[in-house]
Write a protein that binds this ligand. Structure first.
Ligand code: ZN
Length: 370
């Protein structure tokens, strides 16, 4: 059972969207309850509508996968795309897709008002699907592709796909004595046009030039960025000409095989690129590099981390701002309840200026999803 809450990020008011008098919000008769399980987080489609991707898989077939050494027997999936009004009411099924496993991660779902573009898989093959918002009809945009791939983001009307032509190392290699075994071949970042389905290569990486297990490329706010960690350079690539434009050569450098170094970009805040795990920020326009001013760390079950950005709302960010110990009760497979000591996340708003200047002036709004 899912119970929807609507939280007003201005006032922090947390409402259950139900107008039934003295309702306990625990059965199907409550308009805020969905028994369509599993239904995941609603995502904003437009001013009036939310979308929910709900995927059922048949785990009874896991045994069948084990007994099929070539992997030809795959789990069966059933996906639904649900729409509802912004107050979580008027829920309806846009389309029902048998045999398709749609990914419900917000980074794998895009819309242009006419269509929903979702990544997903069918018979273990990764695809990008275009789903009509008017009649629910579905088109597989990557049907003719044979390579293994996944979507990194979008640039204009193009999806950025990573396509791979790889030879994997012997899985029995001893990491302790031989070091990390390396994957060889090429990885290419390819643009797939959403309208014409034409493709063109944006940038290719070969195992002769870099460690393919440690590619430092990101798509943030419609822009593609690539890092050469050995040279300490950050560049963008022009999607029309394929030309690389250097932003800076002043990044901290790292060895090509250093698995602890990570250059993924988390966000572009007022023109400043923030990395998940680098002590600097970079101005995307001017190339200026500054030390990052950290906020006080969040401690989750003993691990420290910088507040993570969940949403950008004009000049403010929704981040995890606090954790509090609590005891969670779950139900085991045999039906018996069991408890876990963990920590509850709380979400708060912070201005982009305060975030960039390390000033922890949060307005706490609600509990987080974990
Ligand atoms: Zn209710």
């Amino acid at each position: 059972m899912t119970l929807y809450h609507v939280v007003d990020l201005q006032s922090g008011e947390d409402t259950i969207p139900c107008d039934v008098e003295s309702c306990a919000h625990n059965s199907e008769s409550c308009p805020a309850v969905s028994t369509d399980v599993p239904a995941y987080h609603p995502l904003v489609l437009n001013d009036t509508t939310l979308v929910v991707i709900s995927v059922k898989s048949d785990f009874s077939q896991i045994g069948a996968v084990d007994s099929s050494p070539d992997g030809s027997v795959s789990l069966s999936y059933h996906s639904k795309v649900l729409l509802m009004d912004r107050d979580c009411q008027n829920r309806r099924v846009l389309t029902d897709l048998d045999g398709i496993n749609l990914f419900w991660d917000a980074t794998q779902i895009y819309t242009d008002d006419d269509f929903l573009y979702c990544a997903g898989s069918e018979n273990n093959v990764y695809n990008i699907y275009r789903i009509s918002l008017s009649d629910g009809s579905i088109t597989n945009l990557t049907e003719r592709f044979s390579d293994s791939q996944f979507m990194m983001g979008v640039v204009g009307r193009d999806f950025v796909l990573q396509q791979e032509d790889l030879t994997y190392p012997d899985p029995s290699a001893d990491v302790a004595t031989d070091g990390w075994p390396e994957t060889t071949g090429t990885k290419s970042h390819v643009l797939l046009n959403a309208d014409t389905c034409e493709t063109r290569v944006l940038k290719s990486y070969s195992s002769d030039e870099c460690n393919l297990d440690l590619l430092d490329a990101s798509v943030v706010d419609g822009q593609y960025y690539t890092v050469d960690r050995a040279a300490g350079t950050l560049s963008t690539v022009d999607p029309d000409t394929g030309e690389e434009h250097l932003i800076t050569d002043q990044l901290p450098t790292a060895d090509r095989d250093d698995h602890s170094a990570d250059y993924l970009i988390e966000a572009n805040l007022n023109g400043w690129l923030i990395f998940y795990n680098q002590p600097i920020i970079v101005n995307a326009e001017t190339g200026e590099v500054r030390q990052r001013i950290d906020l006080p760390e969040n401690l989750w079950n003993g691990y420290g981390h910088q507040p993570q950005i969940f949403l950008q709302l004009k000049d403010r960010l929704l981040v995890d701002c606090r954790y509090e110990p609590y005891t969670r009760t779950d139900i085991a497979e045999d039906g018996a309840p069991f408890t876990t000591q963990t920590e509850q996340m709380y979400l708060g708003l912070i201005s982009i200026d305060d975030f960039l200047n390390g000033i922890p002036d949060y307005t706490e709004v609600c509990k987080g999803p974990y």
